[in-house]
Design a binder for this molecule. Structure first.
Ligand SMILES: Nc1ncnc2c1ncn2[C@@H]1O[C@H](COP(=O)(O)OP(=O)(O)O)[C@@H](O)[C@H]1O
Ligand SMILES: [Mg+2]
Length: 471
């Protein structure tokens, strides 16, 4: 005998509809009507239909134990509910490679905002974007776990290895149709339409993690002046079409994306009162940063030192985890000793370097140049200063585009009319520049040096003179 029980979300719905109907919980009419649904008239036959009884009705309402499927469906029908939306799915959650988030600190306001967007406002597409290691994946997993009862279907997929959009669509459709469809459409438009059909008939949460993997690197457009962020790689434009359709079309589901960069084409659909929204994820505040450290062992440091180390790494959870291990292993847990070392010799862990390198590779040539200027200059720079220092081979419009792209990539910040970088990013750039300059000096003859410096600006001279002393 097949048995079914209501999901938590289903139970809430049952309760609400029951109240709306106005019959008392144990009104006999519930059983009478359910029997009628199953083809037995209580009045004529004097017995209730098989499976319909006060005890199954009680168990149906309590939702702790499953009941006979026929009775379950009949009770739903009497309530005017679609049993598919009430039943607890047996395998309607596919968490794919979602990470374990049992250890998770803070992010209360981000979780509340996202929950409001998805549950209260029924947003159809929500994007979480920000620098690598900021905790986008962890946040998405925590949120999905928290709001899972709101959904009939949940599926998590990673785009890390850039699967073709048709492959992902086929997986999503197969999952949502519970593998009932045998003739899946083979062109993109029809596949998207088929997916939308399910997004309309069920409340589903789809999560696509690491969307940056399907985006182009900065220079791939071949046009140095057009900074491209959030542009799909060749052959992956179908994702753009999918996201746009999910955002624009009326349905009752939600697609949540995580990405290092904001995706192109979604901005025009986005808005505070529109069903498409994005959240720029920034670093963890000090208290949560300290929690991340504590999970690795015990540390000593004054409040000021803690603040210094956490803000140095921009509250990036991944960077902080790596730093915590190093401080524990090489500095006896003393934040103070670590900071002293950091001040003496700017120093980047291999893992953090790899993380930054990965993000740098995505930048266009010009974006890298602007990043270098900002790093060399040390102080926050205004738009005019940047333009002057870049020897103005860029028009204002072009520079503005580049700065906007860098902001979308979370590489720079804009405060009080000035552009700045996080210390760890600056340090990385300076280290790279320093080794590049040293390498080039080794390679050029002394008489070429003058020419070399003439080609570069006064800033580079300043940088080479002051910073090279360290090498
Ligand atoms: N709020 C948090 N609490 C505890 N650990 C976190 C938190 N956010 C991120 N982390 C950890 O930091 C690392 C990087 O997070 P991740 O979500 O993978 O970043 P992203 O997806 O932005 O690259 C992971 O090991 C993750 O578990
Ligand atoms: Mg991630």
């Amino acid at each position: 005998m097949t048995t079914l029980k209501a999901s938590q979300r289903g139970l809430a719905k049952v309760k609400q509809t029951r109240k709306e109907k106005g019959w008392a919980v144990y009104d006999f009419r519930w059983l009478e009507e359910a029997s009628l649904v199953l083809g037995i008239s209580w009045e004529e036959e004097g017995v209730l239909a098989s499976g319909i009884s006060e005890s199954t009705w009680k168990r149906f309402l309590a939702g702790k134990h499953p009941i006979n499927a026929e009775a379950f469906k009949a009770y739903c029908q009497v309530l005017g509910l679609n049993w598919n939306e009430i039943v607890e799915g047996r395998d309607r959650k596919d968490w794919g490679k979602a990470p374990d988030v049992s250890i998770f600190y803070g992010r209360t306001s981000e979780l509340t905002t996202l929950e409001q967007w998805i549950v209260r406002d029924n947003c159809r597409l929500v994007e979480i974007f920000g620098m690598g290691g900021m905790g986008k994946t962890a946040l998405a997993a925590k949120l999905a776990q928290r709001i899972q009862h709101e959904f009939e279907f949940i599926i998590w997929r990673s785009l890390l290895h850039a699967p073709p959009v048709e492959e992902i669509l086929a997986e999503l459709i197969q999952f949502l149709c519970e593998r009932q469809e045998t003739d899946l459409p083979n062109n993109l438009d029809s596949q998207i339409l088929r997916l939308l059909k399910y997004l309309r008939s069920h409340r589903c949460l789809l999560i696509l993690d690491n969307a940056e993997a399907i985006l182009q690197n900065g220079d791939s457009l071949g046009n140095h002046f057009t900074s491209c962020t959030g542009v799909y790689q060749n052959g992956y434009e179908g994702y753009g079409q999918l996201f746009k359709c999910v955002g624009e079309t009326l349905h009752k589901s939600c697609l949540m994306l995580t990405s290092g960069e904001k995706l192109q084409g979604l901005a025009e659909l986005e808005g505070e009162t529109l069903p498409v929204r994005s959240l720029h994820l920034k670093g963890l505040p000090e208290a949560e940063g300290r929690n991340l450290f504590s999970a690795k062992g015990s540390f000593t440091g004054s409040d000021k030192e803690w603040r210094a180390v956490i803000s140095h790494y921009a509250g990036n959870p991944l960077a902080l985890k790596l730093v915590a291990s190093a401080v524990r292993n090489y500095f006896g847990g003393s934040i103070s000793c670590f900071l002293e070392f950091l001040n003496r010799d700017s120093f980047i862990f291999d893992d953090i370097r790899a993380l930054l390198e990965q993000q740098f590779r995505r930048l266009s040539h010009l974006e890298q140049e602007v990043m270098s200027w900002l790093a060399i200059n040390q102080e926050p720079m205004s738009f005019e200063e940047l333009q002057r220092d870049l020897n103005s081979h860029l028009s204002s419009g072009q520079l503005l585009q580049i700065l906007a792209a860098l902001q979308r990539r979370s590489m720079i910040e804009f405060n009080a009319d000035r552009f700045t970088q996080k210390p760890v990013i600056r340090e990385y750039i300076i280290t790279q520049l320093r080794s590049k300059v040293c390498q080039e000096i080794k390679e050029v003859k002394i008489e070429d040096l003058n020419q070399y410096f003439n080609l570069e600006s006064t800033h580079l001279k300043r940088f080479t003179h002051s910073d090279l002393v360290k090498t």
